[in-house]
Design a binder for this molecule. Structure first.
Ligand code: ADP
Ligand code: MG
Length: 264
C-alpha cells in the first residue's frame, strides 16, 4: 500500500522523540507513566535506556517503535511522524525501518526457526529470502537448528532466532527491551556480542533497554529514566559513537506519578 507520509526526510535523525507523555486512566485518577520525554537518536548511534523497574522504559520503547500511541507529544522514525498515520501505515513503517527484540523472545510457536525469521520479510511481500534467513541463522550460530520449533530451543537459542528475525528486513533501527533479562550471564553475554556484531555489520542504530550497566556502558550513550522522566542523558565515551546534546535534568521521582484527574 503506497503511503503519502512515509518518505524519510534526508538528514533527519533516525529517531526523534518530542515531549512524549503517556498516561493511563486508573479509576478517577490519571497515572502518568511518561512525562515530557524528548531526545533524538542519530543514524548509527548506539544508546541504552536505563532506570528502575516501573520507570516507563518498556512503555517508551513501545511508543518509539510505533507499537502504541502517545497521549501527547510525537515520535518520528527516519523523519516520518507516526502521529497522523493509521494503524496499518504505522505497521508498514515499522516493518520497513524497525527491528524489535523482546525480553520474552515472542517467537511464533507453530513455526520453525527458519520460518520465524522469514515472517517479517513475507509480511513485506518479499520472496526469495530463504538464503538470507539461513545466513542470518548461521551468523547467530544456529545453522544446525533451522527446522527446530521454539519449544525445542533453549532460551538463548530462541533469543538468537529473535535477533535473526529482527535483522531480516535490514532495519535502520533496532529496539531491544531487556534482551538478556531472561538469560543466564554467559548466554546473555553471547547475545550482547551478537547484537553489537550485527549492529556493526549492518550499521543499524541501536536502542537497548537494560538494567545491566555493563551492557549500557558498551553503548555510546545512556539515557536514564526515573518516574517517567529523563533524569540524565550522557555519552559514555565509547569511541565511534555519535553523540547528542545532553538533555536538561528533571526532578527525580520514584515510579509513575499518580494524580487526581482534572476532569472529575
Ligand atoms: P519498565 O519497563 O521501566 O519497568 P513499564 O513501561 O513497563 O516500566 O511500566 C511503567 C508503569 O506504567 C508501570 O507502573 C506500569 O504498571 C504502568 N503501565 C504499563 N502499561 C500499562 C497499561 N497498559 N495500563 C496501565 N498502566 C500501565
Ligand atoms: Mg520493562
Amino acid at each position: 500500500m503506497p503511503l503519502q507520509q512515509d518518505e524519510p526526510r534526508p538528514g533527519a535523525p533516525v529517531l526523534r522523540v518530542h515531549r512524549l507523555t503517556k498516561t493511563y486512566a486508573s479509576g478517577a485518577r490519571t497515572l502518568t507513566v511518561l512525562r515530557d520525554v524528548s531526545f533524538d537518536v542519530a543514524e548509527g548511534e548506539t544508546c541504552a535506556i536505563v532506570g528502575p523497574s516501573g520507570s516507563g522504559k518498556t512503555t517508551l520503547l513501545g511508543l518509539c517503535a510505533g507499537l502504541d500511541d502517545p497521549t501527547d507529544g510525537s515520535v518520528e522514525l527516519c523523519g516520518i511522524d507516526l502521529g497522523p498515520l493509521s494503524e496499518d501505515a504505522r505497521a508498514e513503517v515499522r516493518n520497513r525501518y524497525v527491528g524489535f527484540v523482546f525480553q520474552t523472545f515472542q517467537l511464533i510457536p507453530t513455526l520453525t526457526a527458519l520460518e520465524n525469521v522469514m515472517v517479517p520479510a513475507e509480511l513485506r511481500g518479499e520472496t526469495g529470502v530463504l538464503d538470507h534467513a539461513r545466513a542470518l541463522l548461521e551468523q547467530v550460530g544456529l545453522g544446525d537448528r533451522l527446522d527446530h520449533y521454539p519449544a525445542q530451543l533453549s532460551g538463548g537459542e530462541q533469543q538468537r532466532v529473535a535477533l535473526a528475525r529482527a535483522f531480516i528486513n535490514r532495519p535502520t533501527i533496532l529496539f531491544a527491551d531487556e534482551p538478556t533479562g531472561n538469560l543466564d550471564d554467559e548466554t546473555g553475554t553471547a547475545i550482547e556480542r551478537l547484537i553489537f556484531d550485527l549492529n556493526r555489520a549492518a550499521g543499524t542504530t541501536l536502542v537497548i533497554v537494560t538494567h545491566d550497566l555493563d551492557l549500557a556502558r558498551r553503548t555510546g550513550r545512556i539515557i536514564r529514566l526515573k518516574g517517567g522522566r529523563v533524569v540524565s542523558d550522557e555519552p559514555t565515551g565509547v569511541p565511534g559513537a555519535v553523540q547528542d546534546e545532553p538533555v536538561e535534568e528533571g526532578p527525580v521521582e520514584e515510579g509513575p506519578v499518580e494524580e487526581r484527574s482534572v476532569a472529575s
